[in-house]
Design a protein around this ligand. Structure first.
Ligand SMILES: [Zn+2]
Length: 68
């Protein structure tokens, strides 16, 4: 994934891969990472899973700084 992508919020009914959402929280919205040029959905999470994923990403980034 390069930096030519966008993050957008859509209603749950617009999930690209609804069977992969693994959301039993009742989240109303989906956060999608899409390519800027072709609008392909690269990643998507329900909002709660997105928050957890973002937290893990930030932890990994912080660890990478510590290991320099
Ligand atoms: Zn959810």
């Amino acid at each position: 994934m390069d930096h030519h992508f966008q993050v957008r919020i859509v209603g749950r009914e617009h999930a690209r891969y609804p069977s992969h959402l693994a959301c039993d929280h009742g989240c109303e919205y989906i956060i999608q990472v899409v390519t800027a040029d072709t609008d392909d959905v690269l990643l998507e999470w329900c909002t709660l899973s997105a928050e957890q994923f973002a937290g893990r990403l930030l932890e990994a980034v912080e660890l990478s700084h510590l290991s320099k």
